[in-house]
Design a binder for this molecule. Structure first.
Ligand code: AMP
Length: 292
């Protein structure tokens, strides 16, 4: 598999083939408008409506494939990119696969932070990032690399502490561990090779725009309402982000329609105050794609 074999009028995007990042990445591609066959077990899946080939690869390997220009673009976790130490162009965080690389130790161990681990054993699947973390703190530890179930190593007597990926923290708690120092916040990212052939720049930009427009739209809602014209200033005060809403005159004299884009997380709190300010027929609509 070499990039030289691929024509310049098609792009290659690496997508995680299994695990936590796979389904959200596939959903994002579909929401962005790419159509492709359902069978994600295949390595190579061409898009039907866009000159893009999807390569389903191990999330851990994607950074290197992107770095070497085997694929033009990739979706993988920022933790994996840092651990692989790859040199790629980071285009945009994608808002899913959020987790934190965390130092954790058994609840009753008396270990309260990195300092307490001098000369002790720490298990991790992120040896490079962990080693940098301890080096920066001037704490010498013995790191052992474990590929899975890092959190059970203190119970097994294999390690004194762990550096592990944590989302809710429930796995740590189940294994009697408490979170200490946070080392890294991670999420899925869209990355591009620095080796991108000039003839592919335009296509790569289009793919990036299609994907990021969906990510941006996920955090926003389209808000529509009717109101008496004299209520517009009061309504603007209720929705702080609403700097320049569209105000459209209705056939009903003195009445206007107000349209704007608002933050999806806070819009619900604003509905009551909007009504109180004079708004009626309020609609909150999803946005499919948003290009600022
Ligand atoms: P997986 O293939 O399911 O083992 O996980 C691959 C990637 O998913 C990790 O390297 C992280 O980037 C991301 N991830 C998101 N949440 C978590 C979590 N709670 N634990 C482990 N990995 C996570």
């Amino acid at each position: 598999m070499t990039s030289a074999a691929a024509p310049d009028d098609r792009l290659r995007l690496a997508v995680p083939n299994k695990g936590r990042l796979c389904q959200p990445a596939v959903s994002l591609l579909r929401e962005a408008g790419f159509t492709f066959e359902e069978d994600e077990r295949r390595l190579f899946v061409p898009c039907e409506n866009f000159p893009l080939d999807l390569l389903f690869l191990r999330a851990d390997d994607i950074g290197e494939y992107v770095q070497d220009g085997v694929v033009d673009l990739g979706i993988t976790g920022s933790n994996l990119l840092l651990e692989a130490g790859v040199d790629v162009t980071r285009i945009e965080p994608l808002g899913f696969g959020r987790c934190r690389l965390q130092l954790a130790a058994p609840r009753d161990s008396g270990i309260t932070g990195a300092e307490d681990l001098r000369g002790r054993v720490v298990a991790t699947s992120h040896p490079k990032v962990s080693s940098r973390f301890f080096l920066e703190r001037g704490v010498e530890v013995r790191l052992i690399e474990i590929t899975g179930a890092v959190e059970v190593t203190p119970l097994l007597g294999v390690a004194d502490a762990v550096v592990d990926l944590v989302a809710s923290g429930s796995t740590l708690a189940t294994n009697g561990l408490v979170a200490l120092d946070a080392i890294l916040d991670s999420q899925a990212e869209l990355v591009r090779t620095r080796e991108l052939r000039p003839a592919r720049h335009h296509l790569a930009g289009q793919v990036a725009l299609m994907l990021t427009s969906v990510i941006r739209a996920r955090h926003r809602k389209y808000l529509m309402m009717n109101a008496p014209a004299e209520a517009v200033d009061r309504i603007k005060k209720v929705v702080p982000g609403m700097r320049s809403p569209s105000v459209i005159h209705l056939t009903d004299p003195g009445m206007v329609a107000i349209h704007t884009v608002v933050d999806a997380d806070t819009v619900w709190q604003q509905l009551g105050p909007l009504q109180a300010a004079g708004a009626s027929s309020i609609l909150v609509l999803p946005i499919e794609k948003l290009i600022p």
